[in-house]
Write a protein that binds this ligand. Structure first.
Ligand SMILES: Cc1ncc(COP(=O)(O)O)c(C=O)c1O
Length: 439
């Protein structure tokens, strides 16, 4: 017989999630990003979204691409629509090596694994290296999708300080030594050296060798994530960490920012033994990356002026960056500071004391502007005064209007703080799964 009252309680739990008790422990670290919850509202046309990392695909030559895709099916459809190798299409892997050479990397196509975006590579790298409780090092703040993968495999993220010149070598050394003293040698350092997401800074050339030396000395692998490296606004590139150390760096690349994010084609370049494990992990995840998408990328690279396309993207993003920096200068209340990116998609803004950017977000959306609040970019709940502002997608006019609205929201927030000594609705959050909107 059922005890009085137990039925409604069970029904309540069931309606919450009937599978709750079945999930693996690792799912506890998987939570949706806050902006995903607000996505329906934030994507209304009247809201200027400075939250998303969506590339400016309107700059693509859609007509000639459509002709190319048609020809691909007509001439090579039976290959393009068939399963392929788990490591990826060989001709694409050769082309990827030519692209990586632009940042000084000399690599063999055999050491490249094509992945479903570099996000999949991040997942696989974490899967093959991290047991629950393992320590991984990452810049603070760091890419939300990487933090999501680390959380999914129950790794402990230790953030390493950055400044305007990127990761601080001394802070890295200290973080490693502290972890080793606690008996937890970090499994790897995850770093985004160029045009950082979300911080907008770039690792100074003179720090690169030092960071590699520190990691080699302490036997810490380096995961170099570089989706924005070719998007320097003056066409500038930096030597990839992988070009300076082929044995201790796993390099991740992507066509998402330089061509088309929806094709979901990225890659990992890894030392031989690691590459073997990555291929096995990829096989169990997807059997093979989509042959069709890989061949679309490969044909695009061989038939289109892809370097010219990257230049077009760079120029569009530079104009948008200028619009954002100009508007920030003009409108932001005193006490706000922000980074000045020389490439990529993002500005990282720090608000004065009294502002909690997560608590403020619903109010900002009511005022028709959205941003990504800072706490999602930390595993340890820091970042409550920070926000990431993306200039990649809206037009310069919309960016200026969005920043103007945001400045008004911040002004109101600071006014409340000055009047009451606090602002209602304070909350903090942990690492979040990536969503296409915050990527
Ligand atoms: C730093 C970083 N790494 C990886 C990714 C994932 O890119 P992809 O589209 O190749 O999966 C992103 C996407 O925004 C990113 O910013």
């Amino acid at each position: 017989m059922t005890a009085p009252g137990s039925q409604p309680a069970r029904q309540g739990a069931r309606s919450l999630d009937p599978h709750l008790r079945r999930y693996a422990r690792r799912t506890a670290g998987m939570t949706a990003s806050e902006i995903r919850a607000l996505f329906a509202v934030a994507s209304r046309p009247e809201v200027v979204s400075l939250a998303g990392g969506m590339p400016h695909l309107a700059a693509l030559p859609l007509e000639s691409l459509s002709a190319e895709v048609g020809q691909l099916i007509a001439s090579d459809g039976l290959v393009a629509l068939q399963y392929g190798s788990a490591q990826g299409v060989p001709e694409l892997r050769e082309q990827i090596c030519e692209i990586m050479a632009l940042e000084g990397i000399s690599a063999h196509p055999d050491d490249v694994v094509v992945t479903v975006g570099s996000q999949m590579a991040l997942d696989m790298v974490t899967r093959i290296f991290c047991d629950p409780g393992d320590v991984v090092l990452a810049e603070g703040p760091s890419y939300v999708g990487a933090l999501g993968s680390f959380a999914a495999y129950q790794a402990n993220v230790v953030h390493v300080t950055m400044d305007d010149a990127g990761l601080v070598p001394e802070a890295l050394r200290e973080a490693i030594v502290t972890a080793v003293e606690r008996g937890q040698r970090p499994k790897f350092l995850y770093t985004i050296p160029n045009f950082h997401n979300p911080a907008g800074v770039t690792l100074a050339a003179e720090r690169r060798a030092e960071i590699l030396d520190i990691c080699a000395e302490h036997e810490v692998l380096v995961i170099e994530d570089n989706p924005y490296g070719l998007l320097g606004f003056d066409g500038q590139t930096y030597p990839a960490l992988r070009s300076m150390d082929a044995d201790n760096v796993v390099y991740l690349g992507s066509f998402s920012k330089t061509f088309a994010s929806g094709l979901r084609v990225g890659w990992a370049l890894a030392p031989h033994a690691v590459r073997e494990k990555l291929v096995l992990a990829a096989e169990s995840a997807t059997l093979c990356p989509p042959t069709f998408n890989q061949l679309v990328v490969s044909r695009y690279l061989s038939t289109h002026d892809w370097k010219g396309q990257i230049k077009t993207y760079r120029e569009a993003y530079r104009e948008r960056r200028d619009a954002m920096l100009g508007a920030l200068e003009q409108h932001m209340p005193p006490g706000c500071t922000w980074t000045r990116p020389t490439g990529g998609f993002y500005v990282w803004l720090t608000a004065p004391e009294g502002v909690d950017t997560k608590a403020m977000l619903p109010r900002a959306i009511t005022q028709r502007v959205a941003y990504a609040s800072g706490t999602g970019f930390y595993a340890d709940r820091l970042g409550s005064r920070q926000m990431r502002l993306s200039y990649c997608y809206p037009t310069p006019e919309r960016i200026r209007e969005g920043v103007r609205r945001l400045a008004n929201v911040l002004e109101d927030e600071l006014e409340l703080y000055r009047t009451f000594g606090s602002v209602p609705g304070r909350e903090v959050s942990g690492p979040q799964a990536p969503s296409p909107d915050t990527a």
